[in-house]
Design a protein around this ligand. Structure first.
Ligand SMILES: [Ca+2]
Ligand SMILES: [Ca+2]
Length: 260
């Protein structure tokens, strides 16, 4: 998986209006089943495509999504993904998918361990890609694209005690939408320590409790309207120096992450 080196994230100037506090935030909560993590194993043989084998992921707990909560206030969008048992000793990548009246966004959080043993967390906001048609994948069932990061001050919280990952966006980063629909998935890659070993296993779980709105089966919850006034809006400035390459593979008829 190729992640960008940490770059200075530009702060978004938030317009803080001096208005009386408004009604409670509009919020929505949905649930997801336990024990529904999917797994697949990749081996590079035989060439050129290698072999994909579906494996049982039902024992995976750290990236087993059990709930998704959305709060859409006057100033921010707060997305809280709940897990069965978030393990602080394991890497995980969580993506929140956001739909607005003007388009879609992807927000990633990845927590990974560096070679020296310390842990690092990166977040990455980008516009949703144009999804290829299912018949546009290559002969090996793979497809990929490059996403460019958007300048935004992203709040993040990883709580292994409460088993939640919480990501917060100022509404200005999304052009201050009247409503949002949110989805989520979580992925964990398992590799061997041998750098010459090209095999790996991927475990992933989607929030399944909403409506599928894309060709690639991303499930979104209902519209959650903002409680307050519509703030300043405008196109976000892309972070030209930050981009990430993503690769996916169709395994067992569904979109799966692939980091090679
Ligand atoms: Ca689940
Ligand atoms: Ca699920």
């Amino acid at each position: 998986m190729r992640w960008p080196s940490r770059a200075a994230l530009g702060a978004v100037a938030l317009s803080v209006a001096l208005l009386p506090s408004t009604a409670e935030a509009d919020r929505w909560t949905g649930g997801d089943a336990e024990g529904d993590v999917r797994g697949w194993h990749y081996s590079p043989e035989p060439k050129p495509c290698g072999t994909d084998t579906v494996v049982n992921g039902s024992a995976e707990v750290t990236n087993d999504i059990t709930g998704l909560e959305v709060r859409h206030t006057r100033r921010s969008l707060v997305m809280t993904t709940t897990f069965r048992d978030l393990d602080p000793d394991l890497e995980v990548m969580v993506t929140n998918y956001v739909r607005t009246p003007r388009g879609g966004y992807w927000l990633d959080l990845v927590r990974f361990q560096r070679p020296n043993g310390t842990w690092r967390v990166l977040t990455f906001l980008s516009k949703a890609p144009r999804y290829p048609d299912p018949d546009q994948v290559n002969e090996c069932g793979a497809f990929g694209f490059v996403s460019t990061g958007l300048r935004c001050r992203i709040g993040r919280e990883i709580d292994p005690v409460g088993d939640v990952v919480r990501l917060t966006l100022p509404r200005t980063c999304l052009q201050s939408p009247d409503w949002v629909r949110v989805g989520a998935d979580a992925v964990r890659f398992v590799e061997t320590d041998d750098p010459d070993d090209e095999t790996f296993t991927v475990f992933s779980d989607d929030f399944d409790g909403g409506t599928v709105l894309t060709k690639w089966k991303i499930s979104y919850g209902p519209r959650v309207h903002s409680t307050g006034v519509v703030g300043p809006s405008g196109d976000m400035e892309p972070l030209r120096t930050r981009s990430t390459a993503r690769r996916f593979k169709v395994v067992d008829g569904t979109r799966q992450f692939a980091h090679r």
